[in-house]
Design a protein around this ligand. Sequence first.
Ligand code: RVK
Ligand code: MG
Ligand code: MG
Length: 309
Amino acid sequence: MNAGDRRDRAAGLLLGAALGDALGARFEGMSAVRAERLDEVETSGEELRYTDDTVLTLVLAEHLVEQEPGSGIRSQDLALGFARAWRAEPGRGWGGSIGNVFRAVLAGSEWSSAARSSFGGQGSYGNGAAMRVSPVALVAPTAPEAAALGQRSGEVTHAHPDGSHAAAVQACAVHLALSTTPGTAFDADRFLDGVASCCPDSRWISLLERTRATPRSSSPGEAAERLGNDVTAPGSVPLALFAFLRHPDSPREAVRFAIAAGGDTDTIGSMAGALAGARCGATALPPGPLRRLEGAARLRELGSLLASG
Ligand code: RVK
Ligand code: MG
Ligand code: MG
């Protein structure tokens, strides 16, 4: 891949994630979303404002830009960056309990004890670690290294293994999507085998197998019925992967499928958008919505910086 293509794929990854978030945000919590409602949002003249998913993706991307290549993540600094962004923008539609973790970090707690402080000491298995993880795929040399970096970035707030392992799975999947060649046949089984080889535990292996076994012809509603569409990590990452498998060559269709399934539409749309944007690049994103996307210039710039780092 030449440098221009790599920059386009990096921009596609970040812009696809933000576009899925901003489009899906209009429908969060609905049981299903009709195509006409999606058409309206895609074509209206309004700015497409993103939510917490993109706020935290931006923090992680900025953190990675500041790092020496290959030096990983500074967990306490990253936790503080997330917490400051939460404090600065309380109206971005945050998860129900994540504020307790951020409050503890801002009060001086070490990240690991802050992350363990929620849900009676078990930590969160919300999808917040997976929804923000995609930038790590731009700096990790291999998919297993992306998974390891995703895990580390996830556990700074999500101590429950279901929450942090989801970040490893999504990071690995985005890395693999980046390494596919757009315009050539997409091998879904090979892709899922690659994700499974990075899977940190048997729970995620079985969630991936359920994703593989879901008929590719399923409607959004049928896919949500089988795979879930809620704010938990195990109840949302599989549906985002499925939306990508269903439409690997169209970020617009992958995101629309994810949103049409209802539930946690911003986050599932965002994770599907990161995957399809990584494979197809920014040039494949729908130009109208992209022009109206909040923060698009900075996301594109961060993509370039991370792609050339
Ligand atoms: C609103 C029981 C648990 C749990 C545990 C459930 C934003 C809770 C974004 C909690 C994303 C929710 C999403 C979210 C990101 C998690 N026991 N229930 N151990 N762990 N839950 O609060 O950043 O939309 O119902 O940690 O992961 O757009 O409220 O936040 O959709 O998952 O929130 O988990 O959420 P949190 P998060
Ligand atoms: Mg959100
Ligand atoms: Mg959400």
